[in-house]
Design a protein around this ligand. Structure first.
Ligand code: FAD
Length: 353
């Protein structure tokens, strides 16, 4: 049955990731059709191997020892566009499509809803996993449904938006149902000739009250990302990362008051935060990291922080995964020690004990 599958042994994973670190996969299969995916999963199950589903590798850190199982790289292609009668357009994209090219395509078709998510690396199938978001927009605002293979029931299911449990950097796919579903395709509802979403401070400042086109918005988002070293395509050492390494912590308002009192002793009167609801606020992790004593460009061995953004841990060229992990631990401990706030990593750690 697995005759069509091209299975590679001891496959180096570093080049498949944006961090460019990590060891090899015991077995590696690239799947170009749903049928190949089913075969690969069957092969893994029969040979009792653990499975890791790999998209664009932009949100993972692979251990130096690599992964002792089967890595299945999703290479499903294709996208369709269907007009509905309410000014919305339904676009369906296969999980292996390049995300940023897909966003570019939608923007060029004058379809609004994804423009602020320009310049994010990775593939379409990776975006519902952590409900990708940037510059005031989240992918869950446009997702209608996610078609996925359920590894538990061994059937293909269509999960509607409300079934996916989307929250900030969260969905059922990275929490309650982690590793259960393999995303096959994602369906979006976009606004034909709709206005771009300009709510983020940097974007508002760029356009100063004027309503830009979707293309101008996409360009501005990419320029802002470039200034923060958050574009993989610009290359350079700052880009050898997984983007933001920590989620912005959500804390109670009491905790915020404690923090404000503490910072006042250091003559800092303003603790940046965004209101989530009556009881909770989100504090920028980058600000906490800086206040804990880590500055842009901080280095430790071959790992470091981006020279443009303290939130991105970077491989300075020859870093091991262990060096990156040690830096992550040091930052978490310092921030917790100083402020009693836990920073949770955004990327998935693969092959670590
Ligand atoms: C420079 C840079 C900037 C970034 N900026 C942002 C940002 O602004 N906002 C943001 O939210 N993220 C950002 N990221 C993180 C990352 O790009 C996104 O999370 C992206 O969606 C990950 O997709 P991927 O295909 O690379 O997934 P991978 O890294 O390959 O995988 C990530 C996780 O998703 C799972 N997965 C991937 N594909 C599938 C599938 N088809 N089915 C089931 N599970 C799957 C994997 O198993 C893994 O657990 C950035 C990363 C970098 C390097």
């Amino acid at each position: 049955m697995d005759m069509d599958l091209h299975i590679e042994e001891n496959f180096p994973l570093a080049e498949m990731t944006t961090f460019k670190v990590g060891g090899a996969a015991k077995l590696f299969v690239r799947v170009e059709s749903e049928n190949e995916l089913f075969q690969a999963l069957e092969m893994a199950s029969k040979s009792d191997h653990e499975v890791f589903i790999l998209g664009g590798g932009s949100n993972i850190l692979v251990s130096d020892e690599g992964f002792e199982g089967v890595v299945i790289h999703i290479d499903l292609k294709g996208a369709t566009v269907a007009e509905s009668n309410n000014g919305r357009v339904i676009v369906t994209a296969a999980a292996g499509e390049d995300w940023d090219e897909f966003v570019g395509f939608c923007v060029e078709q004058n379809l609004a809803g994804l423009e602020c998510l320009s310049g994010i690396p990775g593939l379409v199938g990776g975006t519902p996993i952590q409900n990708v978001g940037a510059y005031g927009q989240e992918v869950s605002e446009s997702i209608v449904s996610v078609k996925a293979f359920d590894r538990l029931s061994k059937t293909v299911k269509t999960l509607q938006n409300e079934d996916c449990g989307f929250e900030y950097r969260k969905s059922i796919f990275n929490t309650t149902e982690k590793d259960r579903y393999v995303v096959l395709e994602v369906q979006y509802s976009l606004a034909k000739n709709g206005a771009p979403k300009i709510v983020y401070g940097d974007l508002k400042a760029t356009f100063e009250g004027r309503e830009p086109s979707l293309i101008e918005t996409r360009r501005a988002v990419c320029e802002i990302r470039e200034s923060k070293g958050m574009l993989v395509r610009q290359g350079g050492l700052d880009a050898q990362s997984a983007g933001s390494f920590f989620k912005n912590p959500i804390v109670s308002r009491e905790k915020l008051t404690d923090l404000e009192l503490k910072m006042r002793q250091k003559d800092i009167v303003n603790v940046p935060h965004y209101s989530i609801d009556d009881n909770t606020v989100k504090i920028p992790a980058a600000w906490l990291i800086e206040q804990a004593g880590f500055q842009k460009g901080f280095t430790k061995g071959n790992a470091g922080l981006s020279t443009k953004h303290t939130l991105a841990l970077t491989n300075r060229g020859n870093s091991t995964a262990e060096e990156i992990l040690n830096l992550k631990n040091e930052i978490q401990q310092k921030v917790f020690g100083e402020f009693g706030i836990e920073l949770n990593p955004e990327p998935n750690l693969i092959g670590f004990n």
